[in-house]
Design a binder for this molecule. Structure first.
Ligand SMILES: [Cu+2]
Length: 162
């Protein structure tokens, strides 16, 4: 009888540890890159999410590592690797990479009224790092910079929470 209780206890402990491990805080390293500063931008690039542009032509980029994380607490460490431009990072939920976002052509930015911002780092200077932490449920999330023209220059990526 005692043996049985011990065994049952052991199983319980193992289960508890597994559950804790599955929901440990995830950390995503995010880097912001631009190749040519403002000189490389033109309104015709059309490299925004869901536009099926050739991302090899992107002048700006958001890179995330890893791109798939476990649900729960997720910390985004954002580093601006650009030489001179200030950038930002906005996180919002999306369906997938084929979804297009509502775009304000006049201001050359994503219409932020149409997509809910869940977290962000506003104004990050070159060589600086900043972070934000969110509790995320499974789904897909875009990380993008919405300074004029930057999204269309390729400055976005999608991470998956599973
Ligand atoms: Cu930017």
């Amino acid at each position: 009888m005692l043996k049985l209780l011990k065994r049952a206890g052991g199983v319980l402990i193992i289960t508890a540890l597994t559950a804790t491990a599955a929901y440990a805080e995830a950390v995503v390293q995010v880097t912001l890159i631009d190749k040519a500063g403002m000189a490389g931008l033109s309104k015709s690039m059309k490299l925004g999410m869901g536009m099926k542009g050739d991302m090899k032509n992107a002048k700006m980029a958001v890179n995330a590592n890893p791109k798939v994380v476990t649900r729960g607490t997720v910390k985004f460490n954002v580093t601006n690797l650009a030489s001179e431009l200030v950038h930002e990072v906005i996180l919002a939920e999306v369906n997938d990479e084929n979804q297009t976002l509502t775009y304000d052509e006049t201001r050359d930015v994503v219409d932020e009224e149409t997509i809910q911002t869940l977290g962000q780092v506003a104004e990050i200077a070159p060589s600086r790092t900043a972070s934000f932490t969110l509790d995320l449920k499974p789904g897909k999330y875009i990380l993008y910079c919405n300074y004029g023209g930057h999204f269309m220059a390729g400055m976005w990526t999608v991470v998956e929470v599973e």
